[in-house]
Design a protein around this ligand. Structure first.
Ligand code: PFF
Length: 445
């Protein structure tokens, strides 16, 4: 059997994992969710969810991945618990479904890059969205986005994924910092910062039940957890890397990118009419609101172009991780070549995404199905596995190659035994309830 690839360096792994984490979730969903859920109040709950629940959960996937040194399904067998392989399989399945609609939104981003260059969306942002979000343009753009994703994954872990993310992540950071600096000059900047950064704890207390599920869902999604992606990526990691240190760096950079996106978007909103309501009303509102805002700003065309270019890089560095999961599984389990597998799986995923180009209701349904059901179930299973099933020797993988002591691992173990499952069960319950309400009230179809 061919030698398994590994990242060429620790930094290579961090870039790739940050690339997976930084995506549409940070630059598109995060500011809009924040706007829809009370501004700074949401931000506080989201940050708690990222650091208290997200980070420990990322460590679970890293432990399974590096210990297993295999794709997310085989990893469980290698650790000695083959009957838990279905858990990794659930992540593989979620990755497939998510990529199918993530790529449709990636296609929208491509259309908005073109629209910024030509100025096509400036007159009537609502109509432009309607013309690119469904129908032939949406299918064509979705196909182009998938083709780029396939091309990168087919090139391999180091030559494709590592190389692409090493370019895209610094570019995202530099461009976002530049845009955030430009946004300070807007007339709405201080009102925007105020809304974004001054939490009203009364709002949190009054809306706890409605803020927690989206904040938790967003925390998992933004860190790419529950999809077996971090299991796959950490399986290419060397024995002497520190999992907590690498994970900490990934979580911090990912959070910085989301925060920076807020520093760009909130001043823009307040310069052009306010944030409330911008996040409600489904997937498309964000595009329409932003395009409308760019249309009324002095250098709007340039800013729009740069913004959507950043969004494209972010989306691609995530989509490649979503394709890597099924590709690593099929190549390792069935011995097919990486190139062929990437093309065949990519085509199948592209087809699965076609219904999401018919209209945003399918997209919303796919999204909520993954967000509210598959993702929390997978995280719960990972936590139960690592916390209660795997033996201590396997769990001790956390501290290998790192300076954290035995007591750190023990504290983490109890945290993922008790706190993480409780938080996830509450989220799952509320998520199932909202999906059920959506289905029975005809909110999707
Ligand atoms: N973390 C990505 C984002 O925030 O857009 C989305 C994502 C990528 C989720 C990969 C899950 C995943 F496995």
């Amino acid at each position: 059997m061919a030698q398994r690839e590994t990242w060429t360096s620790r930094i290579g792994f961090i870039f790739a994992a940050v690339g997976s984490a930084v995506g549409l979730g940070n630059i598109w969903s995060f500011p809009f969710q924040t706007a829809a859920n009370g501004g700074a109040a949401f931000l506080v709950v989201y940050l708690l969810a990222v650091f208290l629940i997200g980070f420990p959960t990322m460590m679970i996937e890293f432990v399974i991945g590096r210990r297993g040194e295999q794709n997310p399904v085989a990893a469980f067998e290698k650790i000695g618990y083959g009957n838990w392989s279905f858990t990794g399989g659930l992540g593989v399945f979620s990755s497939l479904v998510t990529l199918s609609f993530y790529s449709v939104v990636g296609g929208w981003v491509l259309s908005y890059i073109v629209g910024s260059a030509t100025g096509a969306y400036f007159g009537d942002p609502g109509t432009y969205f309607g013309s690119v979000a469904s129908g032939p343009t949406a299918i064509a753009a979705h196909a182009v986005f998938m083709a780029i994703t396939i091309g990168i994954v087919a090139s391999g872990v180091t030559d494709g994924i590592e190389r692409a993310t090493k370019v895209m992540i610094p570019a995202i950071l530099v461009l976002l910092v530049g845009m955030a600096a430009w946004a300070t000059t807007l007339s709405g900047a201080s009102a925007g910062y105020e809304y974004y950064l001054s939490p009203d704890f009364g709002v949190i207390a009054d809306n706890f039940a409605s803020i927690v599920p989206p904040a938790m869902g967003q925390a998992f999604f933004t860190l790419s957890l529950g999809f077996s992606v971090m299991i796959a990526y950490s399986s290419y990691l060397g024995r002497d890397d520190s999992l907590p240190a690498d994970g900490g760096a990934i979580v911090v950079v990912n959070t910085l990118v989301a925060l920076l996106a807020g520093f760009v978007i909130f001043p823009i909103f307040f310069a052009t009419g306010g944030a409330e309501g911008a996040g409600s009303g489904g997937a498309g509102t964000a595009f329409v609101a932003l395009a409308g805002a760019f249309g009324s700003l002095p250098a709007g065309q340039i800013i729009g172009f740069v913004f959507f270019a950043v969004l494209l890089f972010a989306a691609l560095s995530s989509s490649i991780s979503l394709l890597e999961v099924p590709v690593s599984y099929v190549t390792e389990s069935y011995g097919y070549s990486r190139g062929t597998t990437a093309v065949v799986m990519g085509l199948a995923i592209a087809l699965l995404g076609v219904p999401a180009t018919f209209g945003t209701s399918w997209l919303g349904f796919y999204n909520d199905l993954v967000f509210n059901i598959f993702l929390p179930i997978a995280v719960l299973l990972f936590a139960v596995f690592a916390g209660w099933v795997a033996n201590r020797e396997a769990v001790d993988e956390l501290g290998r190659g790192s300076s954290v002591g035995e007591s750190f691992t023990t504290a983490w173990l109890w945290w993922i035994r008790i706190v993480v499952p409780i938080a996830v069960i509450v989220t799952l319950y509320l998520g199932v309830e909202s999906l059920y309400t959506g289905l029975t009230s005809g909110a999707y179809f």
